[in-house]
Write a protein that binds this ligand. Structure first.
Ligand code: PNS
Length: 172
């Protein structure tokens, strides 16, 4: 039997931290379905189509990954896709409370589905889509924190070009 995990999220946009979790997850699962939550009620920077495009480009060389969208309850989607595992990344203690709540609610909703947490690599511990968007919005250097396609799309979105004064390659 194939071990399939659902890796759900907003992915608005995908970051190198997400890629790190995905690559770690692929050592445990035969296939991972990256599932973008389609939630018209939640404000997002990128449309679902834009997010799918960035994911497709970023995951081009990674095998055994499928990109999909879902709406409604995550456990219903997981059951529909015949998956018993939800993959989530854990960065710092600050993630714990929300993730704990989410995992326990999902378990209550469907006891057949387990949440698997993976620790992100240390270099991604402080990154999130939100903080990256915040930096990018004001022309900050986000090189190396997101896949190149995301870096490009963020610059386009916020009207910056590669000559922006903070766009050097300084390590965090
Ligand atoms: O990237 P995010 O925003 O942290 O991902 C959150 C996500 C998409 C995993 C979560 O909001 C979700 O699963 N939403 C779908 C509705 C649902 O099933 N919620 C949990 C039980 S109420």
């Amino acid at each position: 039997m194939k071990r399939i995990a659902i890796y759900p999220g907003s992915f608005d946009p995908i970051t190198n931290g997400h890629l790190d979790i995905l690559e770690r997850g692929l050592k445990l699962f035969d296939k991972i379905i990256v599932a973008i939550l389609h939630n018209p009620g939640k404000e997002s920077l990128f449309t679902v189509e834009e997010r799918i495009h960035m994911l497709k480009v970023s995951l081009k060389k990674i095998k055994n990954v499928e990109i999909d969208t879902f709406a409604g309850l995550l456990v219903d989607y997981a059951a529909k896709r015949k998956s018993h595992a939800i993959l989530r990344g854990m960065r710092a203690v600050s993630d714990f409370e929300y993730e704990f709540q989410l995992a326990l609610m999902n378990r209550r909703l469907d006891r057949e589905i387990q949440t698997v947490f993976l620790m992100t690599g240390l270099r991604w511990i402080f990154t999130s889509s939100s903080i990256i968007k915040e930096a990018a919005r004001f022309g900050g250097n986000i090189n190396g924190m997101v896949p190149p396609i995301v870096n490009q799309k963020l610059k386009e979105k916020f009207g910056f070009n590669s000559n922006s004064k903070h766009n050097g390659s300084v390590a965090p």
